[in-house]
Design a binder for this molecule. Structure first.
Ligand SMILES: Cc1cc2nc3c(=O)[nH]c(=O)nc-3n(C[C@H](O)[C@H](O)[C@H](O)COP(=O)(O)O)c2cc1C
Length: 157
């Protein structure tokens, strides 16, 4: 398993899609917060999904998820998938991206440059109390804090 990247810009500047569910019933959303590293001697990727997101339901209900990275030309599609909710419309169809079944309960995208296949090994709601006050005020005045999902990276495609 090999993946070379500038980790500090990968999520922040490049954005990604996190996707959970089966090809018959899945949801996807854009993320720009995340990381990759090592935990419990395993290669891991971490994403942060607010409970208010429709994708949160799929992250809770499934052990597997994918993180997909795209070339710059797909930024408008990622913009759309990060501004509309799968609760309200078929945003994947609108984005013109092509979902693909990677396996049972694993969905990626034909257009993705790289896809991480992850198995959830830890999740926890971030707590307000230990956060810097400025962070609380900026990100969590109206919505509950993100849930952190740490996934063991099972494969990189
Ligand atoms: C560039 C960008 C980055 C985003 N990053 C995150 C993120 O890391 N975590 C999160 O919870 N929401 C993030 N969002 C917001 C969700 O993608 C957005 O609310 C989306 O519409 C949720 O879709 P859903 O309701 O179908 O799950 C981001 C949106 C954009 C445009």
């Amino acid at each position: 398993m090999h993946f070379t990247t500038d980790i500090l810009t990968l999520f922040d500047k490049g954005w990604a899609l996190v996707t959970a569910g089966d090809i018959s019933d899945f949801n996807t959303m854009t993320i720009s917060w995340g990381g990759m590293g090592t935990l419990w001697s395993k290669p891991v990727a971490t994403v942060y999904v607010k409970p208010v997101r429709y994708t949160h339901e799929y992250m809770e209900a499934n052990d597997l998820f994918t993180i997909s990275f795209f070339d710059e030309k797909y930024r408008p599609a990622l913009g759309l998938l990060g501004s509309k909710s799968g609760r309200d419309c078929n945003k994947v169809e609108e984005s013109k991206l092509t979902p693909v079944r990677i396996g049972e309960n694993l969905v990626g995208y034909v257009q993705a440059a790289h896809t991480l296949v992850c198995r959830k090994i830890y999740s926890q709601d971030l707590e307000l109390a230990p956060m810097p006050e400025a962070v609380r005020e900026t990100y969590y005045e109206k919505e509950a804090p993100h849930t952190m999902y740490i996934g063991e990276i099972l494969g990189i495609g």
